[in-house]
Write a protein that binds this ligand. Structure first.
Ligand SMILES: Nc1nc2c(ncn2[C@@H]2O[C@H](COP(=O)(O)OP(=O)(O)OP(=O)(O)O)[C@@H](O)[C@H]2O)c(=O)[nH]1
Ligand SMILES: [Mg+2]
Length: 301
């Protein structure tokens, strides 16, 4: 199945909610406050967030108050306006450092390791040389998972002993990337630590030690988010912004969620590039984020 088809079918729960909602909200009468309220509620129900929903409501009011709007018209309008919200953050990752260091963070199970594998496969296809560091040193299964992908893609994995120092590992991996002329170093990190303080200490230490090797590193701090968590993903961005500062996002598990609107909420609330979207578990299921493509899949316009 093509990525577009997967995205469209993955977002079908969200788009069905929107489509059915639009049918019941826009009932061939002139646009009034009651309709606008119901429209705003509908947008919120797909996890678009209060801000985006209120702005879309106000915009529709300004443009179409007391006019009759057909269903196809409102869908087309909504899709175009959502695309405008998404457009500024639909930015692919620019590889600037040599080696370009990407620290991959996110809570437990969101898809960090699979995202590293999927992105790396694309970089390999572009002729980049990639190296990985298994920075989740707490779980041996995490190291193994990275190694399985590494074997498959023929990417070398730097690892340390279980419970070893992730920051030291990141430093060594940077030296190795430098020596072996790698273009990209991806550092996987632990999603589950005892508490926020531990997570903060661990990530801060990795960054501090990396900067000793290369002051401009990490060039990218990539936060991976699971779309099925809806508004919780918004909270995770805030937390990680506070802890470490984020300059790229990947949203995974857009296959089968009713909360696809969260991508709109993230775009509206944070000016952080969303470099790719995940719609499944295979390496082909991660693609750059296209604003128009996503908006039209979401609204099924
Ligand atoms: N359906 C679907 N599953 C995904 C997607 N991305 C990742 N997964 C699955 O989600 C599960 C967790 O992915 P991981 O990559 O192990 O997540 P992680 O963030 O590294 O997890 P921890 O290392 O435990 O913190 C795996 O079973 C993946 O195959 C996606 O876009 N769609
Ligand atoms: Mg992992």
């Amino acid at each position: 199945m093509s990525f577009w088809k997967k995205l469209k079918s993955g977002l079908s729960k969200t788009s069905q909610t929107l489509t059915q909602g639009i049918t019941s909200v826009f009932t061939h009468k002139k646009l009034d406050e009651e309709t606008l309220d119901a429209f705003e509620e509908l947008l919120i129900s797909t996890d678009m967030g209060l801000k985006a929903a209120a702005e879309l409501r106000d915009l529709l009011k300004k443009q179409r108050m007391h006019q009759e709007i057909s269903e196809p018209e409102i869908k087309e309008w909504l899709s175009a306006e959502i695309a405008k919200i998404l457009d500024p953050v639909a930015v692919p990752l620019a590889i600037t450092g040599k080696p370009h260091v990407i620290l991959v963070v996110g809570v437990n199970g969101v898809g960090k390791t699979t995202t590293i594998a999927k992105l790396s496969q694309q970089w390999l296809e572009q002729g980049q040389k990639v190296l990985w560091a298994a920075g989740d040193t707490f779980r041996s299964a995490a190291v193994e998972q990275l190694q399985v992908w590494g074997n498959r893609l023929k990417i070398e994995v730097c690892a340390t002993k279980p419970g070893g120092d992730a920051a030291g590992l990141a430093f060594d991996a940077f030296q190795k990337a430098n020596q072996s002329n790698a273009n990209i170093l991806c550092i996987d990190t632990a999603g589950r630590l005892q508490n926020k303080k531990h997570l903060m200490d661990e990530l801060e230490k990795i960054v501090r030690v990396l900067k000793k090797a290369e002051p401009s590193a990490p060039h990218t701090v990539l936060l991976v988010l699971d779309a099925t968590t809806g508004q919780n993903a918004v909270e995770q961005v805030k937390t990680f912004q506070e802890i470490i500062g984020i300059n790229a996002l990947v949203v995974t598990k857009l296959d089968g969620t009713a909360k696809g609107g969260v991508v709109v909420a993230l775009s509206k609330q944070f000016a952080i590039p969303i470099i790719a979207l995940g719609v499944g578990e295979t390496a082909e299921d991660l693609k750059p984020f296209g604003a128009t493509e996503f908006a039209s899949a979401l609204v099924s316009a």
